[in-house]
Design a protein around this ligand. Structure first.
Ligand SMILES: *[C@@H]1O[C@H](CO)[C@@H](O)[C@H](O)[C@H]1NC(C)=O
Length: 141
């Protein structure tokens, strides 16, 4: 049957095309934000699930975290660290990945002793940034 052949060729084609990466943000999943105040010292490490586009002061996440954060892990999203409480002042670019050294996020700037708040958006690094600033954030210091 000619039409049957066309249909099976069409489905073979569909199977051969890899699914495009999803750039959508799943607003039902929160972003896991992990940190260590001291690199590899597990007693200084913790994590929280954060809402999209919501600012959290470090002192709310951990009494000793303000100006005192050496590594960060983000799962299910991207996070930006800010110099002042309330996500004000200078900020980093988007931080994505596991055990990221905060001092390497913006070359030449010691964010480990300057970070005070954080805001995250879900999705991969190509997904639209969901919060202020509207563009994909880049290091401002
Ligand atoms: C932390 O641990 C990892 C994995 O064991 C290691 O590669 C890295 O060098 C350590 N970093 C420091 C600063 O100790």
């Amino acid at each position: 049957m000619k039409s049957g052949l066309v249909i099976s060729l069409a489905s073979a084609l569909v199977l051969a095309i890899p699914a495009p990466p999803s750039h959508d943000i799943n607003l039902d999943e929160r972003i896991r934000f992990g940190w260590c105040r001291e690199t590899n010292v597990t007693s200084t490490c913790n994590e929280r699930f954060l809402d999209h586009a919501t600012c959290y002061n470090f002192e709310v996440l951990d009494n000793y975290l303000n100006d005192n954060i050496e590594t960060v892990t983000t799962t299910g999203g991207r996070c930006v660290i800010w110099e002042k409480n309330g996500c004000h002042g200078d900020h980093t670019g988007m931080i994505v990945g596991t055990d990221i050294a905060v001092d390497n996020v913006c070359p030449g700037y010691t964010w480990s002793i300057h970070g005070s708040s954080v805001k995250c958006c879900g999705g991969d690094s190509n997904a639209e940034w969901c919060a202020d600033p509207g563009e994909k954030p880049k290091c401002t210091d």
